[in-house]
Structures are given as structure tokens and as C-alpha cells.
Design a protein around this ligand. Structure first.
Ligand code: RB5
Length: 141
């Protein structure tokens, strides 16, 4: 799967671990930055990943900051982006099954690397349920 990924400085270390996992899983990854721990503004990275998804250049996006909150707020400003902030596997699965989330957000200062890897595995391998859930996401304005 083609996946766009981005982080700010607060999510940079966790992103490195997730990049390694995505490579092992055989995904086609585009890292939009940041590329070191120098302080950057997370909305710019959220925009870069969301634009890839909106333009069809990536099927899904992953965004990581310190808490995941800023990234999810910024991502959800974009039409057709359904970003889910997840800190455990259950919401990761449900965000795909019920909400057809197309962007996953996580917080490096909240979620340890082992749990984050399980979240990513679950999120990427869970299909949207469709049916009544499709009707509901179509009601988003
Ligand atoms: C950066 O210090 C921090 O504010 C950012 O990574 C994120 O947690 C914002 O929501």
C-alpha cells in the first residue's frame, strides 16, 4: 500500500520506528518530513500528508506529533480526510471498521513504540465495514 507519513520534532523518534515497521511489511512509503529533531510546525506536516491522500498519491496517511492532538486537528480541517487519533488497538480497529479513517494520528509522548506498532498493524489491516457506517460518514459536512 502507498502510505504517506509525517511527523514534527515531537514525533520524530516514533516515526523512525514506524518507518522501519512499514518497510518490513512491504509498504510503499513516502516520508514528507520532518527529517531531524529541529522544532517545526506540525500543521505543515499534516497538510503535506493530507494533500498526498486527497490527490490519490497515497492511499493512507500516518501523522505523529507529541500528543497526536495537533496533527489530528490539523488533518481533520481537510475535506475528505478522516483522521483518527489512536492510543490503543481497539480505537485503531474501530476507526477503520466504522469510520473509514484514512489518516492515523499518534502521539510519541503518549504511546510507546510497541503499542504504536500494534496500532499501525491493526489499522492497516482492518477494512471498512460499509453499510450503515458508509451512510454515517456520508453525513459529515
Ligand atoms: C510540540 O512541542 C507539540 O506541541 C506537538 O508535537 C504536538 O503535541 C501538538 O499537538
Amino acid at each position: 500500500m502507498k502510505i504517506a507519513i509525517g511527523s514534527d520534532h515531537g514525533g520524530f523518534a516514533l516515526k523512525k520506528g514506524i518507518l522501519a515497521l512499514l518497510q518490513v511489511l512491504g509498504h510503499d512509503i513516502e516520508d514528507v518530513g520532518c527529517f531531524d529533531i529541529e522544532s517545526v510546525d506540525y500543521p505543515q506536516l499534516a497538510d503535506a500528508v493530507c494533500k498526498k491522500v486527497i490527490k490519490g498519491k497515497a492511499e493512507k496517511g500516518i501523522l505523529i506529533c507529541g500528543t497526536g492532538i495537533g496533527m489530528s486537528m490539523a488533518a481533520n480541517k481537510h475535506d475528505t480526510i478522516r483522521a483518527a487519533l489512536c492510543s490503543e488497538q481497539y480505537t485503531a480497529r474501530m476507526s477503520r471498521e466504522h469510520n473509514d479513517a484514512n489518516v492515523l494520528c499518534m502521539g510519541e509522548r503518549v504511546t510507546g513504540p510497541g503499542i504504536a506498532e500494534e496500532i499501525v498493524r491493526t489499522w492497516l489491516s482492518t477494512d471498512f465495514g460499509g453499510g450503515r457506517h458508509l451512510r454515517r460518514i456520508e453525513l459529515f459536512s
